[in-house]
Write a protein that binds this ligand. Sequence first.
Ligand code: GRG
Length: 260
Amino acid sequence: MRYACLNGGKRVRAMLVYASGEAVNADPVLLDTAACAVEMIHAYSLVHDDLPAMDDDDLRRGKPACHIAYDEATAILAGDALLTLAFEILATDLTTPADIPRRLSMVQCLARAAGTAGMTGGQSLDLEAVGRKLSRDQLAAIHQRKTGALIQACVQLGALSGDADTTELAALDQYARHLGIAFQIVDDILDEVSNTATLGKTSGADRARNKPTYPSIIGLETSKRLAEDLYREAINCLDTLAKNAYTLRQLAEMVVHRTY
Ligand code: GRG
């Protein structure tokens, strides 16, 4: 579990929790548990995604994938335990907002994003799509669940820790929705154009596995333009926020213009 969680990674999801909390005046101490919980769920998903039965990748974050460093059974169990621990800390840790309805909303938000309606359902559709021809809308629907739902949850968890009103919550949600899709498009682009040493995972893996991606459906240049458009739409959503959205803007910039 430590190997999977503490072996690097950009920590984008944790930063989104903090940045969204900052935008709604949340006490930063109250954000630690949610930030850890989303990173645990993310780490579990990467461990399971790398398994031979899923994307079958040997390299993650520049190091042997968990099932290579240990073995498949250990990797499956480490993933299971990280997923479970995320909910345990969110439910019990004293730094989570103390009032029970708010805590329950946070647990519910994370469970939805990780489950059938979110990441796990998206991963299932993603596996089914291998070797098939998808429309752009079908691909977007898969990515919204596989990658976007957890990104949206990060922003919601930050917002739930502060005093956002419904208009602010809606603006933050729209920001996260655009950013989630942009994140995946950039991931698809990097898989095509970058190299294994820079990415810390096998480059060209999507093409090798005949997976539908944004570049394979709409081309590389249109994918780049789409990511840029979504980036602008994401930051425009923040204009309606009265409070401090500086870090959310910086994060969108980092996600869309990253090179690894
Ligand atoms: C196994 C239920 C289950 C789900 C797996 C997240 C996922 C679903 C699969 C990972 C495959 C993948 C490359 C998805 C693209 C988006 C993504 C999650 C990229 C990796 O996230 P980063 O770039 O990773 O934030 P780091 O290592 O920086 O934390």
